[in-house]
Design a protein around this ligand. Structure first.
Ligand SMILES: Cc1cc2nc3c(=O)[nH]c(=O)nc-3n(C[C@H](O)[C@H](O)[C@H](O)COP(=O)(O)O)c2cc1C
Length: 201
């Protein structure tokens, strides 16, 4: 298992060039989406939504506002990772999550005291942090079955949300992830040494 995961994290790279002739199976897509669904989130609030963008014209329009990055249209699937904006404890969605998990009062109170007072921007920041965890799991899951990905923030977010017809009072789309198959070998990976990154206290 350790070897499998090691292989996956070495396989994964930010794929710059996809082979547009290769398509992934629906089963593989579901496997990747499941990795997102089963990801951890603060209080288990699952404040993510995954939009699978298949419409060709929509993908071309997105590419045009994403520095013309080719991955948007050449990857087999494009998943837009969205977070929910309205996550105060008064929201129906949050109340239904409390019910689903049968959260005791003390946890609901903790949520109300810790999360609710945040500014709208602060709440969006908190929610988007959760969806990046799901995104990372999805890319690792993809790598474990030989599927490439590229996390992408390089796009005009307002324009992309408009093109996708997102209700921006409900969702924000901070990240796009194309998934598919590399068209060329990955470049050697440049990383700092663990000794530079880890501090033992
Ligand atoms: C949040 C985030 C946004 C990124 N946005 C882009 C992007 O718009 N286009 C792109 O080609 N790569 C993008 N990348 C990929 C990074 O450039 C890449 O992960 C980094 O250089 C390390 O390389 P590796 O992933 O191949 O190890 C992004 C990565 C992250 C985590």
């Amino acid at each position: 298992m350790r070897n499998d995961f090691e292989k996956a994290i070495h396989f994964r790279h930010a794929c710059k060039l996809f082979d547009s002739s290769k398509t992934m199976s629906g089963e593989d897509l579901t496997f990747i989406l499941e990795a997102g669904r089963l990801s951890p989130s603060s209080f288990g609030m699952e404040q993510w939504q995954f939009f699978v963008v298949r419409d060709i014209a929509m993908r071309e329009a997105i590419q045009a506002v994403a520095w013309n990055q080719s991955q948007i249209t050449t990857a087999s699937e494009l998943i837009a990772i969205a977070y929910k904006k309205n996550v105060r404890s008064t929201e129906d969605y949050i109340r239904s999550e409390f019910e689903k998990f049968n959260y005791p009062d003390y946890l609901q109170n903790m949520y109300t005291q810790w999360i609710d007072p945040r500014s709208d921007d602060g709440l969006e920041c908190w929610s988007s942090r959760q969806v990046y965890i799901a995104a990372a799991n999805m890319m690792s899951a993809a790598a474990s079955i030989g599927i490439d990905s590229c996390p992408m923030e390089g796009f005009d977010r307002n324009a992309v949300e408009k093109i996708m017809g997102i209700d921006t009072s409900v969702y924000g789309v901070p990240l796009l992830i194309p998934f598919g198959y590399r068209a060329q070998e990955q470049q050697p990976r440049l990383r700092s040494e663990l000794s530079e990154l880890v501090t033992y206290l």
